[in-house]
Design a protein around this ligand. Structure first.
Ligand SMILES: [Zn+2]
Ligand SMILES: [Zn+2]
Length: 126
């Protein structure tokens, strides 16, 4: 496999991840990148995603009970919405939680971070 081909595949895979409406599984990356790179194999996608993580271009997103997903690095603090109908995962704009870092809750618990995933129907499925 030549270097040029590798770079083209890598760039197409990175573009799929960057253009997505939310974090993607390897299977979803594969489907989207295949439109750019016909004949692209899923093993190549796995290798490219691993390399992109090592290069610091993409980060792992773990949702409870879900397969690993990947999103571009540097998206900042945000949450995800999982559509129970079409199975897509979306980035949410803004943070609906309203418990800033440093908040002390009853019982003396000082909050450092929070994680939240919302579930329901996306606008196409509602
Ligand atoms: Zn949906
Ligand atoms: Zn938040």
């Amino acid at each position: 496999m030549g270097k040029t081909r590798n770079t083209r595949q890598r760039n197409a895979i990175l573009k799929s991840i960057r253009d997505a409406e939310g974090p993607l599984s390897v299977g979803e990356i594969h489907v989207r990148s295949r439109t750019e790179i016909p004949g692209l194999g899923i093993a190549t996608v796995y290798r490219a995603v691993k390399a992109l993580r090592e290069e610091g271009e993409v980060v792992l997103v773990e949702l409870p009970g879900e397969e690993p997903r990947y999103e571009p690095v540097g998206r900042g603090h945000h949450h995800h919405f999982r559509c129970l109908s079409c199975d897509q995962t979306f980035d949410l704009a803004g943070c609906p939680v309203g418990i800033p870092r440093g908040t002390t809750l009853p019982g003396g618990f000082t909050v450092e971070e929070h994680k939240l995933t919302l579930y329901g129907r996306c606008s196409d499925c509602a």
